[in-house]
Design a protein around this ligand. Sequence first.
Ligand code: PGA
Length: 256
Amino acid sequence: MNKKKILAGNLKMNLLSQAERNKYLELLEKALKGTSLANVDLVLFPPIVHLEAFQKKIGKKVALGGQNVFSEQRGSYTGEISPAMIKNFGGDWVLVGHSERRRYFSEKNEEIALKLSAALKSGLAPILCVGESRVERDNQETLKVISRQLKDCLVEINRTKLEKITIAYEPIWAVGTDITPTTHEIMEAKVLIQKVLVEMFGKKYVEKTRIIYGGSVHLTNLEQVCLKSEMEGALIGRESLSPHEFIKMAKIFNTF
Ligand code: PGA
């Protein structure tokens, strides 16, 4: 099945002021002008404080989402953002289980599983990030780690909801490092992810689930890490801070 590609940009903790944000949006609008990207799902994950402004300015052309979400909808949870908030302020997507959340905020698979369910209940489309560390890869534990992450994080998911979830393969050692796996290693990870999903849910329910790659993707290596490896899209960190480059990548996906 030829699935529509996803190009997702995780802006992380950047765009520190209204001025920086406005400049970004201006450049993005310019890059988008006159383009038709009907064959690609274009999604941006701005810092949550900018969600509404992004929605107003480019919400018609680019889908939006939150970089993180909490598992409860409302209440005394100081500092947290609920799925309903993301939805009501213009987001349709959410990143769940990003390796930086796991690393700096000690997020565990069990917590990620709850976040996934809560996000789905509010009608958000989650991108679940999985991937091994360098040490785990060197110890030949990639298979074990990814399969554990998928099994634990998807434990609450009803098979009919699976198609709403995208899986991002993001080896931790490739995020923010400018080191990328080979095309073959990425293909291997995709096959492994598909195999675990089929085991868990059955072939029929897995067909629509998209598997994308993330970790040091740039315009210059997009072909090697995403197209040749037959990934169904990409999750871009740093390069998405340059709207011009980001939209160029979207155009490549759109025509592929
Ligand atoms: P990077 O980040 O492209 O800067 O490596 C990827 C990500 O965090 O999803």
